[in-house]
Ligand binder design. Structure first.
Ligand code: DAH
Length: 343
């Protein structure tokens, strides 16, 4: 009994002097003193050696020693938490959370997605091509040989390091890339950015976006073209919108047309947007020229097809009431933020 009391006194000294600076030391303390193979457990085991008349007193002392050790353990844990608060590394659960700002889609992307999703419902797949294009894909294969006057319709940016390279002036170049793959039939939608050497103003920019469409199969006719584009317009602008085709010219289509819709701002009575005509031009289209099919090793006697191309910025400006095309590329957060909830 004497020995036991002495031992406990020594242990208590050791415990009292113990201090910690990190969690590992607290855990070491627990293992050493309170663990299943720890000192407290071991010393409890010595009860069996205590003489019967001392058992009651020894039990009280041992229990008190156990409580003493457990209290120290709790204190050590608490010191650590307090220290951390002082050094600022603890988590204060009462602080308000950081706000997560909601991003927004760019209006050009919103409009592109709208266009794409309508054609996807008709079975059109989506493809993309490079923005730096060679002369053949941007011009030659599209029936615009060198010195063809229609090349001047689009003021081209040339890439200085290679006289054969241009920044593509239209997404029609992607038509060629799709046809060259030789997998028929083709039902593709090809959105992307295009470049033209034009003076930047509120109404025109040196780069903008287009969506190109291409459908090649046996027995595709102009009636299919009209039906497809009618469907698109009704889905896009509503079923009351009127449509008209005007004969036009593109080297890569024959016959070619431009499609107008009745002005969806004034309803056709005449306003600034439609320049008092009641009509807004939305796209160019036509039957793919036999030369273009041949250039891509597609037999024009077996296959026919139609193509169309439309800009994205103009319809986006009309839909969202944007009056300056330059806003699209300035990345002004005050402008972009307005589209957080837009669809
Ligand atoms: N590439 C023409 C342009 O940029 C648009 C266009 C017209 C595309 C007729 C076509 C088409 O596919 O058939 O102005």
């Amino acid at each position: 009994m004497e020995d036991l009391l002495k031992k406990i006194e020594e242990y208590k000294h050791e415990i009292t002097a113990f201090n910690v600076t990190d969690e590992k030391q607290v855990e070491d303390f627990r293992i050493k003193w309170l663990g299943t193979k720890g000192i407290v457990k071991a010393i409890m085991g010595e009860m069996k050696n205590v003489a019967a008349e001392n058992k009651k007193e020894a039990g009280r002392i041992l229990n008190e020693f156990k409580l003493f050790t457990e209290t120290k353990f709790e204190e050590l844990k608490a010191t650590l938490t307090t220290n951390n608060t002082v050094t600022g590394s603890s988590i204060d659960l009462t602080l308000p959370g950081n706000a997560i700002p909601v991003g927004s889609r760019h209006p050009v992307v919103l409009m592109r997605n709208k266009i794409v999703s309508i054609f996807q419902r008709l079975g059109f797949a989506v493809a993309e091509g490079p923005e730096i294009e060679d002369d053949w894909h941007n011009f030659g294969a599209l029936n615009l040989p060198e010195h063809h006057p229609a090349r001047d319709m689009q003021d081209t940016f040339y890439v200085q390091t290679n006289p054969d390279w241009v920044l593509r002036t239209h997404t029609s170049s992607v038509q060629i890339r799709e046809m060259e793959k030789g997998k028929l039939p083709i039902r593709m939608l090809m959105p992307g950015r295009v470049y033209r050497n034009e003076t930047v103003s509120a109404r025109s920019h040196c780069f903008f976006h287009q969506v190109e469409g291409l459908y090649i199969d046996e027995n595709v006719s102009f009636a299919d073209l009209k039906q497809t584009l009618y469907f698109f317009v009704k889905e896009m602008y509503g079923k009351d919108v009127k449509v008209r085709f005007r004969p036009s010219y593109f080297p890569f289509t024959e016959p070619s047309a431009e499609m107008d819709v009745s002005c969806f701002i004034c309803g056709g009575s005449g306003c600034n947007i439609c320049k008092k005509t009641g009509w807004v031009e939305i796209l160019g289209c036509g039957m793919v020229h036999p030369n273009v099919l041949s250039n891509c090793n597609i037999d024009p006697n077996k296959y026919t097809g139609f193509a169309f191309g439309m800009g994205i910025e103009r319809p986006a400006m009309l839909k969202y009431g944007i009056n300056d095309i330059r806003l699209f590329s300035e990345n002004d957060v005050r402008f972009l933020k307005q589209f957080t909830a837009a669809t």
